[in-house]
Design a protein around this ligand. Sequence first.
Ligand code: 13P
Ligand code: ZN
Ligand code: NA
Length: 283
Amino acid sequence: TLYSTTPMLNKAKKEGYGIVAFNVHSFDSIFWVVEGAAQLYSPVILQTTMGTVKSLGAKNIVEAATAASNYFDVPVGLHLDHCTDYELIKQCVRAGYTSVMIDASMHSFDENVTRTKEVVDLAKSLHVNIEAELGKVGGVEDDIVVDEKDAQKAVPEECVAFVEQTGVPTLAPAIGTAHGIYKGDPDIDFDRIQKIAEIVDVPLVLHGGSAVPDKDVRQCVSLGMAKVNVSTELKNAYSQAIADHFKEYPDQLDPRQYLQKAKDAAIEMVASKIKMVGSEGKL
Ligand code: 13P
Ligand code: ZN
Ligand code: NA
């Protein structure tokens, strides 16, 4: 069964741990992530970008995530990541997604409020979680490309007004991380996170989780960032395992061999991220 991520994240925030939302890009990776979470008795969120929905199909993704959740007997939330298209949000909600992000962070504050409120009105009564972004997270996440010089941190007072005006149950404030693997450690504004968490009740979301040192993520979680997004590190880990396989054994074409290596790499990455946020054993 797929669970709404609202209660999952509220509980995590209250008890001081985080839940990792892993971006998945294939049906195999859906099963790998859920198996990895089950091994640690941890709740987990699967998320897909708009590009992945277009590639695999919303209904197929829901069916695969549900099957994985039932087979491995672990609570799974299914989230639509960085969606800019209201029609696609509707399609995913109808298909059975339990959480959606409306990303209108490229628009003005007022336009962001209007677009977010529209999704809150559609989804909240169906117990589907809604996430919105304030400020601008730098880097590249599929079709969302924000140049470093255009990255912009969220303003705490705007966060309060935004949550009040929209009723959004989870908020992703930009606080210095970026999408992808950047060189050097990110410059995370912990004071800003603390300020936002003090005046905003809802669980906060950390975007750009790849290449952030574990200790920094833990500090973000302890300040109230209950959802931690990880995309690049996971997909790189299992894709690299396949690349290594073919470098060493160019003629070994049995998918069960190279996909087993991909699976081992994926599960190892999932385990390390789950241990990082402290959700192990939190079923
Ligand atoms: P990373 O690719 O840096 O892990 O960012 C993930 C993310 O924020 C997905 O929305
Ligand atoms: Zn993101
Ligand atoms: Na990152």
